[in-house]
Design a binder for this molecule. Sequence first.
Ligand code: ITT
Length: 197
Amino acid sequence: MKKKDKSQHIILATRNKNKVVEIKKIIGDLVSFATPDRSLQIDIPECGRSLVENSYAKAIFVYRLHGLPTLADDSGLFVDALEGEPGIYSARYGRNDEERIARLLHNLGDAHDRRAAFRVAFVYCYEYGKYEVFEGECTGEIGHEPKGVSGFGYDPIFIPRGYKKTFAQLGPATKNRISHRARALRKFRKYLLEVAR
Ligand code: ITT
């Protein structure tokens, strides 16, 4: 069982700088990540029917550009009372975070059932046609108004289970321990340590 050579870069197929920060924070001690501008300028269509399909599309697209091991992340917030919305459409729910949050709170109204889950699917493409999937989930509920300034996206309205504050109030140390992304990346870490060379 060999630890992955830290001098070998893994390309991160995302244009979301906040994701890059979180991923590096959670697993950056094990591998080095690169995010070349060339790939980030290309808008990869998310037309899959699941997080895994979208993540796979991003990973394979960027792998084809660089021919280097590539990790992609597709994530979303699934709200029970909205039948899973915005789900895989989380990024397209509005033009910016403010609009997306406002739309979600409007659609949810004063619903009593505010249960929700952040989900993520990472696809790691390490050779042409060869890939692994790592999924993570963090359950919780939707607050009544945005609170906190840390993190990104829907963090100001998501209260993880077992807590009374939103991800945006709890801050990066807590989020990066319990989040959907942290859970999935722990599986990726295990894979790199035990399986990958
Ligand atoms: P890439 O496709 O370039 O990776 P993106 O921001 O478009 O970046 P997604 O397609 O995965 O990412 O869309 C996910 C949406 O869910 C987007 O609006 C994010 O802000 C939001 N999101 C994902 N992870 C989140 C997290 O940990 N906290 C809050 N919001 C999150």
